[in-house]
Design a protein around this ligand. Structure first.
Ligand SMILES: NC(=O)c1ccc[n+]([C@@H]2O[C@H](COP(=O)([O-])OP(=O)(O)OC[C@H]3O[C@@H](n4cnc5c(N)ncnc54)[C@H](OP(=O)(O)O)[C@@H]3O)[C@@H](O)[C@H]2O)c1
Length: 300
């Protein structure tokens, strides 16, 4: 298979490129501002320049397009809703349409932030979406526009993406911040009033390829089985690195003054995915176990 991965320098994009290559597939990557460290064809791509994107997919004659690019700065989207809509909705739908015309699969990622978080249970794919900030609104618009342009598109909703970069193996984002802060002996304030089902980038990448193999289309939730607060997530990381638990402090979302509202509980039900693939999604502990090598730099 020849895959075109757009957003190849992002956390998920780099994991998808790495997983494709590990499984023996050819990859051409599109990156935005900085190139990832992969030895494969790479091109600078602004996803809103859809003519260039389509030219590239034709030039390489790819068999699948996997769109990992997105404007993911939740607070930035609040003051730039037009850019959020252009990157997260309009451009993906144009590319989805180009894939439909060429009869090749198109994979797109969405988010738990399409939900308002006002629930005490897990969201299923068919539940009403009602985003409470511009980022979620642009991602929901993207889901609708992609499906309208290409009824066969595969749309995977993720929740709190974390993990190690596919090119360097380095931890990034939340686990890196928690592990490095604890390793430095500093306190880590973590929310106790928010819950999610964290999606490990490596699991999302492998699951994406399994779903493509199974010829899946439509919306699926891809997340951990475990619903946790950031505080509990931090405790689990602390255990992996044998850190000092007393450095983890509880805080609440209202302690941070941020432009965009966040859902209180955006846990994703993964039964549709598990039924489709005939296997279970990992627990948070299993996912953290898969990152043991990346955490070893921070272990005491
Ligand atoms: N991060 C999360 O917690 C989370 C949760 C749920 C769903 N998701 C979804 O998961 C997917 C992957 O996100 P991620 O976590 O891998 O985020 P990420 O690390 O921020 O990656 C996003 C990538 O998109 C690129 N990008 C931004 N604007 C672009 C543009 N105009 N043209 C081309 N590329 C552009 C960024 O490049 P530059 O950095 O160079 O601009 C970056 O490499 C996204 O669809 C996101 O909405 C993420």
């Amino acid at each position: 298979m020849y895959a075109f991965v757009i957003g190849a320098n992002g956390l998920l994009g780099s994991a998808v490129v790495q997983t494709l290559r590990e499984q023996g597939h050819d990859v051409v990557g599109g990156y935005h501002s900085a190139a990832p460290a992969f030895d494969c064809p790479l091109h600078q791509v602004d996803i809103t320049d859809t003519e260039w994107v389509v030219e590239l997919l034709d030039e390489y004659g790819v068999d699948v397009v996997i769109n990992c690019a997105a404007y993911t700065d939740v607070d930035g989207c609040e003051s730039n809703p037009e850019l959020a809509n252009a990157v997260n909705a309009v451009a993906p739908s144009t590319i989805a349409g180009a894939c439909r015309d060429r009869e090749i699969p198109f994979v797109h990622y969405s988010t738990d932030y399409v939900f308002d978080g006002e629930t005490d249970t897990f969201y299923e794919e068919a539940d009403d979406a009602s985003p409470i900030q511009e980022y979620g609104r642009s991602k929901l618009a993207g889901e609708h526009a992609v499906r309208e342009a290409n009824a066969e598109a595969l749309i995977l909703r993720l929740s709190f993406v974390y993990g190690a970069r596919g090119d360097t193996g380095d931890l990034v984002g939340f686990p890196q911040w928690v592990a490095s802060t604890l390793a430095a002996g500093d306190t880590v304030p973590l929310f106790t009033d928010q819950a999610m089902t964290p999606s490990r980038a490596g699991n999302v990448a492998a699951t994406t390829l399994e779903l493509l193999d199974a010829g899946a289309s439509g919306i699926f939730h891809v997340a951990s089985q475990s619903a946790v607060t950031p505080y509990e997530f931090g405790e689990a990381i602390c255990e992996v690195i044998a850190g000092d638990e007393t450095l983890i402090e509880s805080s609440v979302m209202a302690d941070l003054d941020r432009p965009a509202a966040r859902p209180r509980r955006s846990c994703l039900d993964v039964s549709k995915l598990e039924n489709k693939l005939g296997r279970s999604q990992p627990t948070l502990d299993a996912d953290l176990g898969a990152l043991e090598a990346a955490f070893s730099d921070y272990s005491s």
